[in-house]
Design a protein around this ligand. Sequence first.
Ligand code: BGC
Length: 395
Amino acid sequence: MTIRRIFGRRAFGFAAVLSAGALALSACAGGGAGSTADEAASGGGAASGEGIKVGVAMPTQTAERWIADGNAVKEGLEKAGYVVDLQYANDDIPTQTQQIDQMITNGAKILVIAAIDGTALSSQLDAAGAANIPVVAYDRLIRDNENVNFYVSFDNYKVGVAQAKALLFGLGLTDKDGKKVADAPKEPQNIELFAGSPDDNNASFFFNGAMDTLKPYIEEGSLVVKSGQTAFDQVATLRWAQDVAQKRMEDILTSTYGGGSEALAGVLSPYDGISRGIITALQGAGYGPTIKEGLPVVTGQDAEIASVKLINDDVQQSTIFKNTRLLAEQAVKTVKAIASGASPETNDTTTYDNGVKVVPSFLLEIQTIYKDNIESEIIGSGYYTADEVAAGVTE
Ligand code: BGC
């Protein structure tokens, strides 16, 4: 397994205590260092959940990662004796708010939430705060409310940087590390940009990381966004939907690339589902069908099995692997620490300002996957088997 945590541990001055059947949290200046965090980090903390109820709210089952995330968090907590109420909300905001209301009513003592819309949960978080129910934001930061106690995620800005670097590498402008190469194409290359859902806090982190990396190349003229669509609002994809992305790509091909007869070299895509929509549009317009045969370079994220197969087949160029099993483990450790009154492990206490406070975070490392490291990183780590990669489905 080469995915490692790169950050050191840093305890956050915070203590959680169980009181009168509810979890009461109290800030504790300067305390909670050392062994408590280490104990939580090692999977210690509450050895047994002793029937403590945890509500786990996940956004959707349409993307495979959230199914895996939900199952892994549930399994990890149940193993430790917690009672888990796991809900998926079909990417529908009212469904998610209702589910969280219900979790609180049903006696959840801790909430783990991957929000659909990071700004839409304020009344649920107010209710959680009033009932001293700690909230762990899972992968997606919940905004504009002080009752978000911890955030577990990946380094989302770095995801965007990595996607842009993969694109630059695929276009022959740099090596894999982002260093310019001597034999880069002399002619300007056309690219198009896609971003994620505008209501997901992560989407702008991904896009900003990518644009900070691509901008110098756009400014020097080696890359051209021919459609002129470069603002986040123009390139965002509501709910990360594959069909929405496919339609936008088709529209751009019609309006800007002669319906597919003009050169398009690459597309920045923030998520594998969006990448597959883009690829369908590109192939439908006559590009490819493989990169070798002229399909534009398309990036991705999540190492979804269907996309790992496409990468293996020289169709999608890359994806960003975020080992969600490790994220689920981190969420479980965080819950255990909270329940036992220890300080959850954090490694970033400056980046994730939710508009009201900076939420103490634990960020995991990411990795770029190309055809040539599927074997070592994806199969070698046991994430998927070779057969699954070949078939494009998990067993
Ligand atoms: C996650 C990504 C995922 C996207 C769409 C984001 O919040 O960080 O991993 O690709 O949602 O599900």
